[in-house]
Design a protein. Structure first.
Length: 184
């Protein structure tokens, strides 16, 4: 598979932006039904619910930037490490969404439900929106792009160092050797 460096950067950064947009959407909603009417107490996005998403995305962005400037083996190492971290992010987010784990939001949940529990209402529902599933798909796409670009980078030509560039030598027509050669 032939992918140019510029195309690889566009795909990688585009996937990071897609994940960021998907994680900034509402993932979880707390609701209750006093008197049979559903009332939304509070909603949370992916970045708020899982604070570890943001550092993972920053790491992926840094890996994408350094990936393009490194030689072959180092590029493979950085791409592999970035892919492993993205796979870990995918696993953590998938498990968290599957279990509706919002334990990191305990203080915000307590603030949102404090008044309701004081009145004896204990029927608080947590719903997961489709944005969480879309974010999981976006993270999986980022992982696929990272692995694909890492393998495609094997075919990229090595950069020529500036010290290895051919040097053009201009001969001076008036030096003694040139004059002697021209008289033969």
């Amino acid at each position: 598979m032939k992918i140019k460096k510029q195309t690889a950067l566009v795909f990688w950064v585009g996937a990071i932006i897609l994940v960021s947009i998907a994680c900034s959407q509402t993932w979880f909603t707390l609701a209750m039904a006093p008197n049979g009417e559903t009332v939304e107490l509070k909603s949370f996005d992916g970045f708020t619910t899982y604070a570890f998403i943001s550092p993972f995305l920053v790491l992926s962005g840094a890996a994408a930037f350094t990936f393009l400037f490194l030689p072959g083996v180092a590029r493979l190492v950085i791409g592999s490490i970035a892919s492993l971290f993205t796979a870990a992010l995918l696993a953590l987010v998938t498990l968290g969404v599957a279990k509706s784990d919002i334990s990191a939001l305990s203080s915000e949940i307590e603030a949102a439900t404090g008044i309701a529990t004081a009145h004896g209402l204990k029927q608080i529902e947590t719903t997961v929106s489709s944005s969480a599933s879309l974010a999981i798909v976006a993270i999986a796409l980022l992982l696929i792009i990272q692995v694909g670009v890492t393998f495609a980078s094997k075919s990229w030509p090595a950069r020529v160092a500036r010290t290895e560039l051919p040097r053009t030598v201009t001969s001076d027509e008036n030096d003694t050797i040139s004059i002697w050669d021209s008289q033969r």
